[in-house]
Design a protein around this ligand. Structure first.
Ligand SMILES: CC(C)(COP(=O)(O)OP(=O)(O)OC[C@H]1O[C@@H](n2cnc3c(N)ncnc32)[C@H](O)[C@@H]1OP(=O)(O)O)[C@@H](O)C(=O)NCCC(=O)NCCS
Length: 441
């Protein structure tokens, strides 16, 4: 790449371009003031990208995002165990923790927290290690005393919130404190989910030494929580060990109200920033439900909707609507978003003179996203909303994609006479002659 200064020398590729900044800026109002829980595996703290991640955290803070950092110690315990030749009962805080393992866990945790403190200090961020995690011993499971393994009893939300309000980044160690004040080892994936729930965080981002959620050896880019829950129940063997733990806690976190969980490779330069601020992300996203990415359109979406559908209008796949017409009827539009980018739309129109009927129209999915079930999801969603409003039958009109409605979505072709009078008039005047299909709800 030329550096444009006429010297003929090649400049290093800039890591952030002005265009990236513009892209990032559009997320700022949305994310400002939200809490993101970053859950860092011990292996990531030990990775050479760790320093870059701390810079990325400083970037998030500078954009007004409130960050809480939960860290793991799995790798450090294993390393200590090897170097000191002390056998451990488990490295990740899920099985039995005997006294020797707890001792190593405390040492590993102090070391990891310190490295984080040091790194954040280098980025001029104030931070604090807390005793905000109250724990209870897991006790005896299937006849085996789990000894010093703990589960979260309570997160001291006020304590953490005070720190956040004072611009201090809380660092949460995978060690909790029992009713007698003694230390108990807690799994950090679980802890991140508990912290996120208690603080009402909008995201958990698990930073792991893996490219994302691995299912059957392949990285799944996005998955609805229902699908993941079913997979955990029916085919847990399809998830590798790391993915399994993240998946269990992601499902749990979402069930308790955290809308999104990301799993990102913490070893990748810019991975965290790209996951949050790029349209398609780089890791895996687990989201609350199938319809979570669908929302009602607002006036701010008008120009975007016009541009989105323009090509389909040119090909006569969709009815032409001016920007003014879209704005006037914006209440009818629903949009599908992938990380803030609208990639599909649909309209739902209730006939004033035939309240048992509603019309689905302007269905459009950007070609890049075809065949991922989004078109079906949009229509299913519109049907669900119609049903909620007491509609018994939905109608769809289409010139070129009628077979999508009939063969994929189970609509039946019918005659235009089902349309109420006013709509029939518009139909006849339109001259496009679309097929009319209906479906009982
Ligand atoms: C029609 C459209 C909305 C489908 O969206 P999509 O997100 O790709 O659809 P889904 O992923 O939910 O469904 C994919 C299935 O539908 C089938 N399909 C897609 N378009 C189809 C069509 N025109 N006719 C028949 N089947 C079609 C695919 O082959 C696929 O079948 P499979 O599941 O058996 O493999 C999309 O192609 C589009 O936006 N087209 C241009 C605009 C348009 O024609 N809109 C309809 C006007 S009302």
């Amino acid at each position: 790449m030329s550096n444009g200064n006429g010297s003929g020398q090649t400049a290093p590729t800039p890591t952030i371009k002005p265009t990236d900044l513009r892209g990032i800026l559009k997320y700022v109002p949305r994310f400002q003031g939200q809490i993101f829980v970053l859950a860092m595996d011990g292996a990531i703290v030990a990775d050479e990208n760790f320093g870059n991640l701390l810079v990325d955290i400083a970037v998030l803070r500078s954009l007004g995002i409130k960050v809480v950092l939960v860290h793991g110690i799995g790798q450090q315990i294993a390393d200590l165990s090897a170097s000191r030749k002390i056998a451990i009962t488990n490295a990740d805080g899920t099985g039995v923790t005997d006294a020797a393992t707890l001792d190593l866990a405390i040492r590993a945790s102090s070391r990891v927290s310190h490295l984080i403190l040091e790194g954040l200090t280098q980025n001029t961020l104030k931070c604090a290690i807390t005793n905000a995690v109250r724990a209870l011993a897991v006790g005896i499971i299937k006849g085996v005393d789990q000894q010093f393994t703990g589960k979260v009893d309570r997160i001291d939300k006020d304590f953490i919130s005070h720190l956040i309000e004072a611009d201090i980044l809380p660092i949460i160690q995978p060690i909790g404190y029992g009713p007698d004040g003694r230390s108990l080892r807690i799994n950090s994936d679980l802890l991140a989910a508990e912290v996120a729930e208690s603080l009402g965080a909008s995201k958990i981002i698990y930073l792991t030494p893996q490219a994302g959620l691995e299912i059957n050896g392949e990285i799944k880019r996005d998955i609805a929580v229902d699908t993941l829950r079913a997979l955990l129940k029916e085919h847990p063997e399809q998830l590798n060990e790391l993915s399994h733990s993240k998946a269990i806690h992601a499902v749990r976190a979402i069930e308790t109200g955290v809308p999104r969980v990301h799993i990102v490779d913490g070893r990748t330069f810019d991975g965290l920033i790209n996951e949050i601020f790029s349209g398609e992300g780089v890791g895996s996203l687990i989201y609350a439900n199938d319809y979570q990415q669908i929302r009602k359109a607002t006036k701010r979406d008008v120009r975007f909707l016009y541009n989105l559908t323009r090509n389909a209008v040119k090909r006569e796949e969709l009815l032409h609507r001016t920007q003014q017409a879209i704005e006037k009827n914006i209440d009818q539009f629903y949009v599908f978003e992938i990380d803030e980018n609208i990639i599909a739309c649909v309209t739902l129109y209730f006939y004033p003179d035939k309240p048992q009927f509603a019309e689905i129209g302007s269905l459009y999915v950007l070609p890049f996203y075809h065949n991922r079930g989004i078109g079906r999801k949009m229509v299913d969603y519109a049907c669900m909303r119609a049903k909620e409003k007491g509609v018994a039958t939905v109608v769809a009109l289409s010139t070129q994609s009628y077979s999508f409605f009939t063969s994929v979505l189970g609509f039946e072709e019918t005659d235009k006479s089902v349309l109420p009078e006013a709509r029939l008039k518009a139909y006849d005047e339109g001259g496009r002659n679309p097929k009319v299909m209906l479906k009982s709800l």
